[in-house]
Design a protein around this ligand. Structure first.
Ligand SMILES: Cc1cc2nc3c(=O)[nH]c(=O)nc-3n(C[C@H](O)[C@H](O)[C@H](O)COP(=O)(O)OP(=O)(O)OC[C@H]3O[C@@H](n4cnc5c(N)ncnc54)[C@H](O)[C@@H]3O)c2cc1C
Ligand code: SF4
Length: 833
């Protein structure tokens, strides 16, 4: 039955061919909804197998013939014209007797009658229906999303709108830093617009790239003039009658005459759902693309196969082959696809494939070449490649992808895998040492300092038996460190077993020690964790639980007010601003300045204890009250109540100033020589909130009887008749250490200045997780005295740097959380069903 009401598709076939072809009326009628990449490819596959027995009608919502959608980006960028991206020109339809009904979307499917109806009112029958409607761009429903000038990036019409908008220059905002968003931003930048990319997540293309590659990409795009704002949450798109800009939830406003939303796609399933077909995330199909109705097939981005939906073209080709085989009765089931991604931004090479989340059971092989902007990471599980992320040099992408898809055993290639296919296939034993050994003497090893292999070997020959010694001897590996591996290989080749291990490295991710890393951060002006990892050639993609918190601290210390603290690089207690206890609950310690409190605070604490059923309150060794047994999800409410009584976080969980313990001093005690309590309060007001290499405790005792135990604190003040004795480096923990006497001063102001300067010296020079006691034992008291007492100006400068940094850190973290920051961290977790 054919209820076609529009003009008949006409197929004139003369001569011999007509003998082989069934009469038009006898052929099965395939109606295709969607003139896009999958729909047309499916038709091509079918015609190639059994063209004689099918006639085809294709309905397209767009006015165009079938074109290559992925090439819209080069069209926008001016690298291609529309004609150059056409896959099937008009002649293809004519030659194959295909009727194309363009600009006329199908609006309904009647499965009982086997008909479809289009917007223009045409109703035609089908023997088989193929739904290939692709995806719909997701539009964030923020206020203003429907203003003129707000578009998506899906079809040629969107490209034309962007080209018109960019003709007059101006500013554009692209919402979404994924593949599409970045390609749109690139094209608009080349067309002369000032482009800002807003991305909600901390790194670009986070679904395809790890943090390291995402950072490199961001840096490269910024170098091309784009403004990239990560962690940017759109609140509204504003404008009178048309778009004028975007406002973020943090209040920032970005002017724009064009807003491109590229935040994701959703399979286009409305028609199928309304027709009563089985629909999950996409139209559900079997292994030959047949839907829940045997007469209706579906293919492309609109389908869900085995629980998966796809947003890239490669799977479509496999789907189309299985579909066509199924239609002609050949078994060729579709079994799902593994995908890879390449970004089409000229000059920026990015490749990703498979699973790069890593984790337990996985091993990362990483190669970084900072000078050439290269980052390569291959993820292995057992002896198989399961993922790859390449930045800067993607030549081996398809090789890794092939190894991944085929599940090839790479045990024999493991040592050379990261150097790529050419190296691995280079003949002889796949041994990187052999490659280094084969280098000529004049081969440059260290690009930063222009040191050749011959000079390194000579340096080793002259007695340099460790990496550090080579660095000092000939400067190889002493700058960016990218040649560290080569130098180590030369050491091994030259000295064999006699190589001396250098000072302890920060962790297994790097060959650098803490001090080298800190110096490099300052000297090279590094500004983020991924930047440090790239420039210092980390051997892991994202570092580990040892180096990440350390790097976060070093950057925080080096760039006060500028570096944004990375919560993910903090230990759980610091992330939650409370101490996790054995039973999974938290303990909360509000600050009590100098150990003083008052009825209001005590009442608030008592109320919190009752309201949240805290099972225990304990007086701590640092003269604070510790409320135990608070559930994670209750923490913000507890803090709100304590904040309301004027109390802030006691940082009892942090690598930071913990407490200033005091005695009652001259105000109450008959032995007191000075106002130790008042001085303690001042010291605590000055130092609270500061992040340090480790926890830090202060105490002030009013006389040498030392009731506040100042001589086992990191910084202790013992008041005496003539002034203040200042003590440093004490510890009351596992290994008790009595303080060293730093000096004696006459006034409170001097005591506070020395305190600030000492803390800043400790902050700037101690290694992360090194308390003051081992630090002083390592560097020696004379060094500390020289730095703090030798030159009053230097001391004042240290104190000044401390005060400057405090202007950014004395913001109560509890208050921030009460106001909603990082609310997800405190969400209640429902038990799994
Ligand atoms: C700018 C851009 C860049 C891309 N880059 C890449 C890339 O680099 N690599 C990659 O693998 N993939 C890329 N993709 C994704 C790729 O283009 C898609 O995976 C592919 O086009 C999906 O094919 P499809 O046929 O399922 O959908 P489409 O190609 O979108 O075709 C669906 C067609 O159906 C039409 N349609 C919808 N509803 C109806 C209706 N009711 N009636 C009639 N017609 C209808 C639509 O108008 C559209 O023409 C990119 C996509 C875009 C937009
Ligand atoms: S340290 Fe001295 S001043 Fe302070 S309480 Fe003890 S005896 Fe009194």
């Amino acid at each position: 039955m054919d209820l076609q009401t529009g003009p008949d598709p006409v197929l004139f076939i003369d001569g011999e061919d007509s003998l082989a072809i069934s009469p038009v009326a006898a052929r099965q009628h395939l109606v295709v909804i969607g003139n896009g990449m999958a729909g047309c490819r499916a038709v091509e596959e079918l015609l190639a197998r059994d063209g004689a027995n099918w006639r085809v009608t294709i309905f397209g919502a767009e006015p165009h013939v079938n074109y290559n959608r992925i090439m819209l980006s080069p069209v926008l960028a001016g690298e291609k014209s529309f004609d150059e991206i056409v896959i099937n020109p008009r002649a293809w339809y004519d030659d194959n007797g295909i009727e194309l009904v363009a600009s006329d979307p199908v609006i309904a499917i009647d499965r009982a009658a086997c008909t479809i109806t289009s917007r223009s009112g045409r109703t035609i029958g089908y023997d088989r229906l193929l739904i290939a409607t692709g995806s719909d761009p997701f539009i964030i429903p923020v206020p203003g999303h429907d203003l003129p000038g707000v578009i998506s990036f899906r079809d040629m019409n969107d490209v034309e709108t962007m080209l018109t908008a960019s003709a007059t220059g101006g500013s554009a905002v692209v919402i979404g830093g994924g593949l599409l968003g970045l390609e749109a931003a690139h094209g608009l930048t080349l067309r002369g617009m000032n482009v800002t990319v807003l991305h909600l997540m901390p790194t670009l293309m986070e679904r395809q790239l790890d943090e390291a590659a995402g950072w490199l990409l961001k840096s490269a795009l910024e170098a091309r003039g784009q403004v990239i704002l990560t962690g940017a949450d759109t609140a509204e798109i504003f404008g009178e009658g048309r778009v004028e800009g975007v406002r973020l939830k943090d209040g920032r406003k970005i002017p724009a005459s064009l807003v491109v939303m590229a935040v994701g796609i959703r399979p286009s399933v409305r028609l199928a759902r309304e027709a009563g077909l089985a629909v999950g995330r996409g139209i559900q199909v079997d292994d030959h693309m047949v839907t829940s109705d045997a007469r209706v097939l579906a293919v492309g981005e609109c389908v869900e196969h085995d629980g998966q939906v796809y947003g890239l073209v490669a799977p479509l080709w496999d789907m189309c082959r299985s579909l066509a085989d199924g239609l002609v009765g050949t078994a060729n089931p579709y079994r799902g696809s593994v995908t890879s991604t390449k970004l089409k931004v000229s000059g920026i090479d990015v490749f990703s494939a498979g699973d790069f989340s890593g984790g337990e059971g996985c091993e990362d092989i990483v190669l970084r070449d900072a000078a050439r902007g290269i980052y390569k990471r291959v993820v292995l599980r057992g002896d198989r490649v399961v993922g790859a992320v390449l930045y800067g040099d993607t030549a081996d992408g398809s090789w890794y992808f092939d190894l991944l898809k085929k599940g090839t055993d790479i045990a024999d290639l493991r040592d050379v895998l990261i150097y790529g296919q050419a190296f691995a296939a280079g003949g002889g034993p796949a041994d990187p040492n052999a490659a280094v050994a084969a280098l000529p003497a004049d081969a440059e090893i260290c690009g930063c300092n222009g040191v050749t292999k011959g000079q390194v070997v000579e340096c080793i020959g002259a007695g340099a038996a460790s990496l550090d010694a080579v660095r000092q001897g000939c400067k190889a590996s002493a700058s960016c460190g990218s040649c560290t591996g080569l130098v180590e290989t030369l050491l091994a080749l030259t000295l064999g077993e006699a190589v001396e291990s250098g000072p302890k490295t920060m962790c297994g991710c790097t060959s650098f020690g803490h001090d080298d890393v800190r110096q490099a951060i300052v000297a090279q002006g590094m500004r983020s964790i991924p930047e440090v990892m790239q420039r210092l050639h980390w051997s892991t993609p994202d570092g580990c639980s040892s180096c990440r918190p350390a790097l976060n601290y070093y950057l925080l210390c080096a760039l006060p007010g500028e570096y944004v603290d990375d919560q993910q690089s903090r230990f759980v207690n610091e992330r939650l601003h409370a101490n996790i206890q054995k039973d999974g609950t938290y303990s909360v310690v509000p600050r009590m300045w100098g150990g003083l409190t008052n009825p209001r605070e005590l009442r608030a604490i008592a109320d919190v204890v009752e309201k949240f059923n805290a099972p225990m309150v304990k007086v701590t060794g640092g003269q604070r009250l510790d409320i135990f047994g608070i559930r994670k999800e209750d923490l913000p409410a507890v803090w709100a109540d304590l904040n309301a009584a004027g109390m802030v976080s006691g940082h009892a969980y942090g690598k930071s100033l913990r407490t200033v313990k005091t005695c009652v001093g001259s105000e109450w005690c008959r032995f007191g020589t000075q106002d130790s309590t008042g001085l303690g309060v001042k010291a605590e007001r000055m130092t609270w909130g500061s992040w340090m290499p480790h926890k830090f405790k202060i105490a002030v005792s009013g006389c040498p009887r030392n009731c506040a135990e100042a001589t086992i604190k990191d910084f202790g003040i013992v008041c005496v008749d003539s002034g203040y004795e200042l003590h440093v480096g004490g510890n009351g923990g596992i290994k008790v250490r009595v303080t060293d006497l730093l000096c004696k001063v006459a006034t409170e102001e001097e005591a506070l200045e020395h305190c600030a300067a000492f803390i800043q010296l400790y902050r700037e020079e101690a290694r992360y997780l090194e308390r003051t006691a081992p630090w002083i034992e390592r560097v020696g008291l004379p060094y500390i005295q020289e730095r703090l007492l030798g030159d009053a100006e230097e001391r004042a400068a240290l104190a000044e740097r401390f005060h400057h940094s405090q202007t950014f850190s004395q913001d109560d973290p509890w208050r921030q959380r009460v106001e909603g920051a990082d609310a997800h961290l405190h969400q209640h977790l429902e038990p799994a069903e």
